[in-house]
Ligand binder design. Structure first.
Ligand code: DHB
Ligand code: MG
Length: 209
């Protein structure tokens, strides 16, 4: 984090629920890569501003962003989280339940593309998507999100800068290429209206027309 980001994060009162999820995630041997604090707040606000009742998260990690998303849901709203690893889903489930959101978050374990195909085939629609899983999958996750979007739905994606690798021409690995393709697509796809925020590790926000 740069000094401006640290300054802004430091203005806020401590959020003990989210802090304990961050710490509990690391304590379980999982990577310390939950969404940035400021973007977590933005997730809550976007869910609330769009009066979301049905949201989908791709990549759960330890439940930090799950709680951020669930905090914004309308009464009776539901968040579905896709997570590849059963041990991560278990940790996330424990954390969100402790935070009081067990009743509105459910986990679907396994390969996200298979889960997305299943949800799509069953006719599921969502008003908000948060993409934060393997970066190579971003273009595919975007296509599924567009297909399952209610009109006006938001699609949000974390880490579009890949800690600078996205803008480093020497980096040409599959994740970098996928994120570059994702970023190019969202600014030109006629089905979307998009913005990309460069703070922290970058966040993309798209609105499905
Ligand atoms: C990293 C950060 C993330 O938020 C993520 O989803 C994946 C990787 C990272 O900093 O390596
Ligand atoms: Mg991320």
């Amino acid at each position: 984090m740069n000094i401006e980001e640290q300054y802004i994060d430091g203005l806020f009162e401590r959020d003990e629920v989210l802090e304990s999820i961050r710490e509990g995630t690391v304590a379980q041997g999982m990577p310390d890569i939950a969404v940035a604090d400021g973007y977590g707040k933005l997730l809550t606000m976007l869910v609330a501003m769009n009066r979301v009742t049905n949201a989908l998260e791709i990549g759960a990690l330890g439940g930090y962003s799950g709680v951020c998303l669930a905090r914004g849901l309308q009464a009776g709203g539901q968040l579905t989280c896709l997570e590849l690893l059963p041990q991560y889903a278990e940790v996330a489930q424990k954390h969100v339940t402790e935070a009081g959101f067990g009743h509105c978050i459910s986990y679907k374990v396994g390969d996200a593309k298979a889960s997305l195909e299943e949800l799509y085939q069953s006719g599921q629609k969502y008003q908000l998507f948060f993409i934060d899983a393997d970066k190579e999958g971003y273009p595919t996750y975007l296509e599924y999100a567009i297909k399952m979007a209610d009109p006006g739905a938001l699609i949000i994606a974390d880490n579009i800068l890949l800690r600078g690798r996205t803008v480093n021409d020497a980096k040409q690995g599959p994740a970098v290429q996928a994120v570059r393709a994702f970023n190019k697509q969202i600014v030109s796809d006629p089905r979307l209206e998009s913005t990309l925020l460069p703070g922290y590790d970058g966040l993309a926000i798209e609105r499905v027309k």
